[in-house]
Each structure stands twice: as C-alpha cells, then as structure tokens.
Design a protein around this ligand. Structure first.
Ligand code: SF4
Ligand code: SF4
Ligand code: F3S
Length: 375
C-alpha cells in the first residue's frame, strides 16, 4: 500500500496506488437546503444514459430522503458499520480507519448489496424523524426533520471502485479526474460494487458488466455542465473544476466555496475516498447526525450559510448556481452582479443579487387592454 495525502482527513492514509493528481478535478457543489426532491435530475440522467436493457434499476443520479431513505437500501448504514469507530480529533484530524485501512487484510472494506436492496429506489421518501404529538401545531420551530440528499458518483480522488477492480478496468481521466469503467476490460467481478462506499457502480444483469456515472463527459468536453446539473429545478447544483495541487484561487467559485470558506463539505469523508461532490449541510438537522455525515466543520458551515447575505464574495459564487449551462472557470463579485467567465476569460453569465421589480401600468395603451399584475 502507498501513502497518500487526504486533505479531507487532514492526514496521510493508505491507498493501493501512488498519488497521481489529474490536471484538473471535476467538482460539484450541491446546496441541500434548496433541494425539493422533484427528481428532475434523476429523470434527466436516466433518460440520457440508463434507459437500456438491464439498466432498469440503475440510477447514476438519485435523490433520497434522510434519515430513512437510501438507494440501494441502507447503503450508508451498512458501510459505516464496517468502519466501527469514526472519531475526529479536536485538531480536525480523522482518528478512525478508512475503507483502505481495514484490519481484516482486505484491499478495500465494503458491503455487498443484494438484489432486493435495489428494489425500492424511493423507500423512505418524505418520511420524517420524530413524532408529532396529538394537537401539535407549527410554532416556528420544526420538532421533526428530514432532508433531501441528491447523490451521484463523487469522481473520488482515491476511488474505492478503482482500487478494488482486479481487472484494472476502472480509470481516472488525467484531463479532468472523471472516473470511468472500461467496459471492454470489465469481466463482471463486481468488486467495484462492493468497494464503492457510495454504491455508485452498478452491475448490469443483461450485459454482465458494470456501469457508472460518466460525469457527462461528452458535455464536459464541450465546456458544458452535466445533465443532472443543468436540469436542476431548484438550482442547487454547480459543476466546475478544482486543482488541489495548487493554492486556492479566490476567483474560482469552487476554491472559494470549498477550500477558502469551507461552507460545502464532503459526504462521509471518513470513508477516505476524498469525494469531489461537496454539500452545503442542511441548517435544520441535529448536530450529531450532520457531523457523522459531513465531518467536523458543519457548525461553521451553517453559520456562514446563515450570514451569507453579508459576504458578497461568497454570495456571488452561490448566485452562479443554475444560471448558465456553461462551465464557469472564474468569477467576480461586482457591486450589483455576480459575473462568471469561461476558460478563456469571456463573460458567460451575469446575475443580479436582487431581481429587479418591474411595475407595469394597469392599462396597456398599445394593446388597448387592462393587465392583471400578479403580486
Ligand atoms: Fe468510484 Fe464510488 Fe468514488 Fe464514484 S463514488 S469514484 S463509483 S468509489
Ligand atoms: Fe447522470 Fe451525467 Fe449527472 Fe452523472 S453527471 S449523474 S451521468 S446526468
Ligand atoms: Fe472490475 Fe467491477 Fe468489472 S470489479 S471487472 S469493473 S464489475
């Protein structure tokens, strides 16, 4: 095993291969506070990539309700159980074991789902944790809670799927860090399915080989964001790139959100794969649940989120979500607008912080009619 640096754990860890950074790393930010579980992303992805034979229960993108939902069922609980103690030190260093540091001697610790775990993609949807007493009414604070967690492949920096494949059929692209399965090499060993802690590789029963999210690379190569991002009704998603080998750039929205302000956090960083989808944690969910799910920085992230209106640089980065299909490589916080630029520095999007209000006269002289303005 090689020693690699995992910045999300603030320490080195063991990994079967030497550290090798891509030129740039595909990165996503998802704001859980804005997700409405409309499943538009799920359908956009499904109709684009997985509508063939044997792909009936394959969802590269899914949205599940926490705490009870999960696809495949109980994917996270079952993997967390394998890790045992997952303690974080006061210095932010992870003290537990990752999936690559198992005492059992396995290359990668994992949980192997059964067919029935894929049978109920929407299990637990909209189910809340806690009971409503008889006669209870809403008094401004919710005593019960749930939230929606949108999930795709994390195109991890240290992918569990890649580490476990005996055929070396899985690779990480040098140009953008997207993780792909070479289906001509795959022989259906399914070690990737067991080893991916997020359960984002899927075995196709008809073709007898595995499949996974391809990061919509045909779009990425054209400078466009993936389908699940551009179709998102809630505008919760942004996709771009980070280069964690270089110091963070203040004009890169991903460096600003993830590395400088640390308002978006990795999902279950303790797994050790250094995932590249970052989540703004939900503001209304109990502390301990969030610590286990997003690591030790959740309180600071929520505080920043609540005060974002006073931090123009951060606000500008968030205003870019869902407002252009193009990939934003740099941005600027102007007095009244957030402005995004493409790879060669051309402006591709301009978003006002406050939407202008247009009051139209009640009588339209041109069309000789009364207008009904809706408030
Ligand atoms: Fe592999 Fe899973 Fe990471 Fe995707 S999320 S790169 S499938 S380990
Ligand atoms: Fe599907 Fe593309 Fe999104 Fe991956 S990036 S989940 S392939 S829409
Ligand atoms: Fe490898 Fe997974 Fe195929 S382990 S051989 S990519 S099913």
């Amino acid at each position: 095993m090689a020693k690699v640096n995992n910045w999300q754990l603030n320490r080195e860890m063991e990994y079967p291969y030497e550290e090798k950074k891509p030129k740039k790393q595909i990165t996503y930010v998802f704001d859980t506070n804005k997700c409405i579980a409309c499943q538009t992303c799920t359908v956009a992805c499904k109709t684009t990539w997985t509508s063939g034979k044997g792909e009936e229960t394959i969802f590269f993108n899914n949205v599940e309700t926490k705490p009870y939902g999960g696809y495949p069922q109980k994917w996270d609980v079952n993997t967390l159980k394998e890790l045992n103690n997952q303690e974080w030190g006061k210095d932010g260093v992870y003290k537990g074991k990752t999936i690559f540091e198992s005492e059992s001697g396995e290359q990668v610790t994992g949980w192997r789902p059964e067919e029935r775990n894929y049978a109920f993609p929407n299990i637990g949807e909209d189910e809340v944790l806690g009971n409503m007493e008889k006669g209870a009414f809403f008094n401004g604070i919710h005593d019960i809670w749930m939230f929606y967690l949108a999930r795709i492949c994390n195109h991890c920096s240290y992918p569990g799927c890649l580490a476990a494949c005996p055929r070396k059929a899985i690779y990480k692209r040098e140009e953008d860090g997207i993780v792909l399965i070479d289906q001509s090499r795959c022989r259906g060993y399914k070690e990737c399915v067991k080893a991916c802690p997020y359960k984002k590789t899927f075995f196709n029963m008809v073709t007898r080989v595995s499949e996974k999210c391809i990061g919509c690379y045909p779009l990425i190569e054209q400078g466009e964001q993936p389908r699940c991002v551009t179709s998102c009704i809630g505008k919760i998603r942004l996709q771009g790139f980070m280069e964690d080998a270089k110091p963070p750039r203040k004009d890169n929205p991903f460096d600003m959100i993830v590395r400088i302000k640390k308002i978006a956090l990795p999902l279950y960083p303790q797994f050790g794969t250094q995932p590249n989808v970052y989540y703004v944690p939900p503001v209304h969910v109990p502390h301990d649940f969030l610590i286990q799910m997003f690591g030790p920085n959740v309180d600071e992230a929520i505080k920043l989120y609540r005060n974002m209106k006073d931090d123009k640089e951060l606000l500008a980065a968030f205003m870019l979500f869902g407002n252009t299909p193009r990939i934003i490589h740099s941005y600027k916080a102007e007095e009244n607008h957030a402005v995004g630029y493409n790879e060669i520095g051309d402006e591709i999007v301009r978003v006002p912080y406050v939407e202008p209000v247009h009051n139209r006269p009640h009588w339209d002289a041109q069309f000789q009619t009364f207008r009904h303005n809706t408030p």
